[in-house]
Design a protein around this ligand. Sequence first.
Ligand code: KG4
Ligand code: ZN
Length: 350
Amino acid sequence: MRILAIETSCDETALALLEATGGLTSPKFVIQKNIISSQIAIHRPFGGVVPNLAKREHLKNLPILFEEMEKEIGKKKIDILAVTVGPGLEPALWTGVEFSKKVLKKLRVRNPKLEFIGTNHMEGHLYSFLLSQKTVNSKFEILNSKLKKLFPAIALVVSGGHTIILRVDSLTHWKKLGETRDDAVGEAFDKVARVLGLPYPGGPEIEKHARKGNPTFISFPRPMLHSPDYEFSFSGLKTSVLYYMRDNKNANIDDVAASFQAAALDVLVKKTERAVRGFSAQSIFLSGGVAANTALREALSAKAKEFRIPFLAPALMFNTDNASMIGVAAYMSHLRKKNRRITAQAHLSL
Ligand code: KG4
Ligand code: ZN
């Protein structure tokens, strides 16, 4: 099936065209085109995403990106049109949903049976582990024999808006074990970066400075590390960094970044480890924007080695927001015969 996917939930305008085959037993994806127009430079002066600016930029970018995509589509028949309906920033989601309705009219002229699927952004992140095995011609596949052996898996989905740990029993069933009670971990990276005077988005900046610093220099709190659940909390850690910087004006920001990152990742890794042990998991999945963090990938990959189970994380370009993962999730929705109302749903849950 050929899928065209549209993603505008936050500050990336993204379109993707992909070919999906294999069904639920051995899904395979060939990404034919993956385009992203990042708004980072626009939001940077404000230190974070400004929803109405994001809306304006999406409105400007969508037709440009679609024109580029039309060249790739040519005379090809599209079977599924997918659009992110939530969760995300309401004005940003709205632009994608409204634009997709116009695209639908155009594409249905050629294929009246075209399916229109409203996609959950977090399902996109969750399923993006299927985009982890990059082979020569951009074909992503997990063989059936291998796929079955991955479950139950423990999935850690970490982004700017969410921090969720799940037990995944199959490609169609999962259970949320816990999530953050306050700030998402990506949000904590972004806020701490601001305290340290680093530009938005803070994640990559903190990581860059952390590489040069001493992770044991300051012993920041590890919130909820020992709580007997799978919940997280990152706002206290962020506040500790704020107080540290207030009291230590000449602090070396490399050491502060390294110590903050060590504390945040420690909680993520230890809770994942406990879930793997508790549910005898057969693999670990990591995804979402924060999964681009090399230290986190390395720490979880090392844990998986200790347990002698596979570790799967998307290829780097599919960690932060993109439309290919939305296409993958839409294919799964199609197979599960599951659809959603095609309207912006800012608080849609996983
Ligand atoms: O998934 P994503 O692109 O958007 C949301 O759905 O939120 O995630 C963006 C988040 C931001 O908070 C950003 O700072 C964080 O991912 N991030 C990172 C890294 N790269 C992006 N956090 C830590 N280390 C990174 N290398
Ligand atoms: Zn995201």
